[in-house]
Design a protein around this ligand. Structure first.
Ligand SMILES: [Zn+2]
Length: 98
């Protein structure tokens, strides 16, 4: 079973700048893992002209929960599925096995 990616950031087709002067994702949004040059769903960032947002955590752009989702037009369903938080699958906390 493949390891579930953690610590994902954001790649997006557009950019806006919030009132604090911080670059924020807009438009089509994908998950991105720092150190890679493609999205979580496999799109090369350069070919698709996607900008990286290493300072924006993936959960922040989820329109349901995120703090930076105002300008997000579309969240990639494949990235979303791959990066779904564990809380979405299991409500109760399960003791970690050694
Ligand atoms: Zn994607």
């Amino acid at each position: 079973m493949p390891r579930r990616p953690t610590g994902a950031r954001v790649a997006a087709s557009s950019t806006w700048t919030d009132p604090d002067g911080v670059r924020m994702p807009a438009g089509d949004v994908h998950g991105w893992l720092p150190g890679t040059n493609q999205t979580v769903c496999g799109i090369p960032l350069s070919r698709a002209s996607l900008a990286r947002f290493p300072h924006v955590a993936w959960p922040d752009v989820d329109p349901a929960t995120g703090a930076h989702a105002d300008a997000v037009g579309h969240v990639c369903p494949r990235c979303r599925g791959a990066l779904r938080p564990r809380e979405g699958r299991e409500r109760r906390s399960v003791p970690r096995r050694p």
